[in-house]
Every structure is written in structure tokens, then in C-alpha cells.
Design a protein around this ligand. Structure first.
Ligand SMILES: NC(=O)c1ccc[n+]([C@@H]2O[C@H](COP(=O)([O-])OP(=O)(O)OC[C@H]3O[C@@H](n4cnc5c(N)ncnc54)[C@H](O)[C@@H]3O)[C@@H](O)[C@H]2O)c1
Length: 431
């Protein structure tokens, strides 16, 4: 069995390392974070992902997976380090550069180097290959260099790592085949070979497609607010057309992918990527749209008590990166008029710079609950607790996910249906 060195043990690298180890590969996971390395060597995980603790425990115990602060010689090097954006929305490929540089001293002819991180178009050709060339290798002959983008859904990573179709883009056709053969040993889905730049661009367009479509739904929510229409009903009916699939509006778009990847294209082709940029702007404007509704809802109260539910960018995960919910919470916290409680059953305190409270503490005496994430816990909120514990039982559901219905004693607004929002809230609160 081949030996694999996985650089970067985060949401992607750790499950990937664990899956290869479970398939019998000898895997060394490398991370610059000492805590990640120490905990992994004890069989513990540092991220929340369904089924991951069990697999990691098993493969560490069997000796197939271990962690280190330094790379070592291997047959395959797999790079899964972050690719965030700078303040100005340009790609930060520094982690990919330093990970490649860290691998180079351990490279031998015949090795495979795969970048799984999401990267701007031409990164393999213009950044990764030159680093390997500078170390004295012929990047087209001595080493197989490829990009294999990751497209897993958090919460289903262990399943999708195995079942999804993989796109493997090589610096050369031979490199694509060699890298694809690595995945063919663990993947049950198709493994498709192409050029590196096509693989880079296809990953970026997958996320851009979703970002643009969510922007359209968010624009519909805003238009509906102006026109007094229920956007959720509009989407439901429009989607009965066999070739229409309007996405759902929400409080914005977050995460490491959708909120970031489109900028990689904008950076490379700003004059052409107009719709992509505009969609980013629309999605980035949604936290302010949510804040506007909160302001309207609480306008008549002296010191509104607001409970904010959910911090992650999507439901049932603990990842708060680029989350619009964080943006909303910070804006609400910045208003001294508000008495704010924040609750998220999936997020540990140390991940956020403000205190978190339990569901019970959050709703007690609250005037308004704002749901910002579609965790399962929020899909099944106990209506009776809200009615009995809140001072004014009003809910603003920005994910259209709760089981709560507008009824006697409970007022519920949804992101795409805020018609009459101010009037009802004021009436309830004064009564
Ligand atoms: N998280 C997802 O759902 C997802 C999905 C598809 C693609 N991706 C892409 O995968 C890549 C990794 O994302 P992630 O979510 O796993 O990131 P992450 O932040 O969870 O993990 C990255 C890890 O890399 C480590 N690291 C940074 N520089 C290093 C270096 N030079 N050497 C060794 N370790 C280093 C960090 O300490 C961290 O533990 C990104 O490009 C991301 O866009 C992520």
C-alpha cells in the first residue's frame, strides 16, 4: 500500500487522511497547529463531523494514521490547507505556497503531489509547479502534479469523500492519470481526468453557480418585502415549472467556499465577471436586510431583549467562518439599546468573541428570537416554551426552517415574507 502525507488537518484534510487510512494506506497527517497534531495522536479530533471521531479513533489505534508537525517522505503528498481571501477580496495562496515549499525537501522522482485546496485558475501551472521546478525537478516529468478539488458537504463528508465524482486536473495528462489512480483506490464515484486549469475553474464555477442562484433568491426576498409578496410561496409555485429551481433566500452566504471562491474568478477576470461580483454584493447585503427588520420589529421597545439563534453558516455544523450570522450578531451587539443573548448548540465558546447561553437562558424574557442558522434543534423549537418564557413571543426566521406557525400568542415572520412586520410587532408588544 502507498504512503500518503496529508498537509493540513482541517475540515477536509483530516477526514481525507482518515478515509485513506481506513482503506489501508499508511498515512501521516501534517499540521502547523501543535494542538491538532497532539490531539490526533491521541485519537481525538478537533472538528465536528458526523462519524469522524469513531473512524479517527480506529485508524490511529491501528497505527494507519499518525500526525506530525513536519512532512516526511511518502509516495503521495496531498495538500489541503486554507485558501482564504485578503481584506480586498483577492486570493491568499500563501498557505498553498508554504505547504508546497514544506513538501519539496521530502520529494522524490515518481511522487504524486495533489492540491485539494480550492485555488484560483492557473495556480497549479503558475505557482505550485514553479516551486517544485525551483527545487531541481522537472515538474512535467519527475513528479505528477495535479489539482483535485473537494466538493463535500459538511455533515456528510465521510460519505461524500467516497461516493462523489472526483475531477482530477493534471499539469500533464500523465499526471492526471497518476493522481486519479490514487483516488480510484478509495472512491466509488467516477474519477474524471482533465487539465489542471479546467479542474480549478470547474470547482470555482460550482460554488459560483450556487452563490449567483442564492443571490437571485435573496433579491426576490427584498423585492417581495417592497411589494408585499410572500417570496416563499412564489418560489414554491415557480418551482412547479419542470425546468425552474429557484433557491432559498437567507441571511447571507457564508463558509469557506461559496462566500470566497467567486472572488477567485473576479480577481482573474474583473471586466467579465460582472454577474458574479454583483451576486457577491447582493449576498453580502443580506445581514443589513436582517438588521433592518430587527430595527423595525423592536422600534417601540426601550431595551429590547433579543435572542439570536445560530452562528454557523449552515445547519448542523460548528464552522463559523465567513458566517453572515456572526456579522449580524456583531452588529446587534454593537447597538447599546439591545440586551442580547446568543445561543448555538453546535458552537463552543472559544470559537467566538462573545458569550453563548443555553436555549432556556436565551428565550427567558426575550422580546424577539431571530433564527440565523437551520440547525435541527431550531427546526423543532418547542412553541409552548417560547409562548410561556418570552416577554413578547415574536420570532424572525431568516432561514425559513422552524416548525413555528403564526398563531394565537405567537408571531412568526420569515425572511421572504415580512409583510406587515412593523404593524403586527408593535400591536403585540403594546397589548
Ligand atoms: N471545509 C469545506 O467544506 C471545504 C469544501 C471544499 C473545499 N474546501 C477547501 O479545502 C481547503 C482546506 O479547507 P479546510 O476547511 O479543511 O480548512 P481548515 O482551516 O479547516 O484546515 C486547514 C488546516 O491546515 C493547517 N495548515 C495551514 N497551513 C499549513 C501548512 N503550511 N502546513 C501544514 N498545515 C497547515 C491549519 O492549521 C488547519 O488545521 C481550502 O482551500 C477550502 O477552500 C473546503
Amino acid at each position: 500500500m502507498q504512503k500518503i502525507c496529508v498537509i493540513g488537518l482541517g475540515y477536509i484534510g483530516l477526514p481525507t487522511a482518515a478515509i485513506f487510512a481506513r482503506a489501508g494506506f499508511s498515512v501521516v497527517g501534517v499540521d502547523v497547529n501543535k494542538q491538532v497534531v497532539e490531539r490526533l495522536n491521541k485519537g481525538e479530533v478537533t472538528i465536528e463531523e458526523v462519524g469522524l471521531p469513531e473512524v479517527v479513533k480506529q485508524v490511529v489505534a491501528s497505527g494507519k494514521l499518525r500526525a506530525s508537525l513536519e512532512p516526511e517522505e511518502a509516495d503521495v503528498f496531498l495538500i489541503s490547507v486554507p485558501t482564504p481571501i485578503h481584506e480586498d477580496c483577492t486570493a491568499n495562496v500563501d498557505y498553498v505556497k508554504s505547504a508546497t515549499e514544506a513538501v519539496v525537501p521530502y520529494l522524490k522522482k515518481g511522487n504524486v503531489v495533489i492540491v485539494e485546496s480550492t485555488i484560483p485558475p492557473r495556480t497549479i501551472d503558475d505557482i505550485v509547479a514553479p516551486i517544485i521546478e525551483a527545487a531541481g525537478f522537472n515538474p512535467k516529468e519527475d513528479v505528477a502534479i495535479a489539482h483535485c478539488p473537494e466538493r463535500v458537504l459538511p455533515g456528510r463528508i465521510l460519505i461524500e469523500l467516497v461516493e462523489n465524482t472526483r475531477i482530477v486536473g493534471g499539469l500533464t495528462p500523465e499526471a492526471a492519470t497518476k493522481a486519479a489512480d490514487v483516488y480510484r483506490q478509495i472512491v466509488t464515484g467516477d474519477v474524471v481526468e482533465t487539465e489542471a486549469v479546467t479542474a480549478e475553474m470547474s470547482k470555482l464555477m460550482e460554488n459560483t453557480f450556487r452563490d449567483v442562484n442564492i443571490a437571485l433568491a435573496n433579491e426576490l426576498a427584498k423585492i417581495s418585502a417592497r411589494l408585499g409578496v410572500d417570496a416563499h410561496k412564489v418560489i414554491e409555485l415557480a418551482n412547479k415549472h419542470p425546468r425552474v429551481n429557484i433557491h432559498q433566500p437567507g441571511p447571507g452566504v457564508g463558509g469557506h467556499c461559496l462566500a470566497v471562491d467567486p472572488y477567485f474568478i473576479v480577481e482573474k477576470a474583473p471586466e467579465e465577471a460582472l454577474m458574479i461580483q454583483l451576486s457577491r454584493d447582493i449576498n453580502n447585503s443580506m445581514p443589513d436586510f436582517v438588521i433592518e427588520q430587527i430595527i423595525k420589529l423592536t422600534a417601540e421597545l426601550k431595551e429590547p431583549k433579543i435572542a439570536l439563534f445560530g452562528l454557523t453558516y449552515k445547519g448542523n455544523i460548528d464552522d463559523v467562518r465567513e458566517s453572515p450570522a456572526i456579522d449580524i450578531v456583531e452588529k446587534v451587539l454593537a447597538n447599546p439599546r439591545y440586551n442580547v443573548r446568543v445561543h448555538d448548540p453546535h458552537v463552543r465558546d472559544e470559537r467566538v468573541p462573545f458569550p453563548l447561553v443555553s436555549f432556556e437562558e436565551a428565550v427567558k424574557g426575550a422580546n424577539l428570537v431571530v433564527v440565523l442558522t437551520d440547525h435541527n434543534e431550531f427546526k423543532m423549537i418547542n412553541k409552548n416554551v417560547l409562548v410561556s418564557e418570552m416577554e413578547t413571543p415574536v420570532v424572525f426566521d431568516t432561514k425559513n426552517c422552524t416548525n413555528l406557525e403564526q398563531e394565537e400568542g405567537l408571531t412568526v415572520y420569515r425572511i421572504g415574507d415580512v409583510t406587515g412586520l412593523e404593524a403586527i410587532a408593535v400591536k403585540r408588544i403594546n397589548s
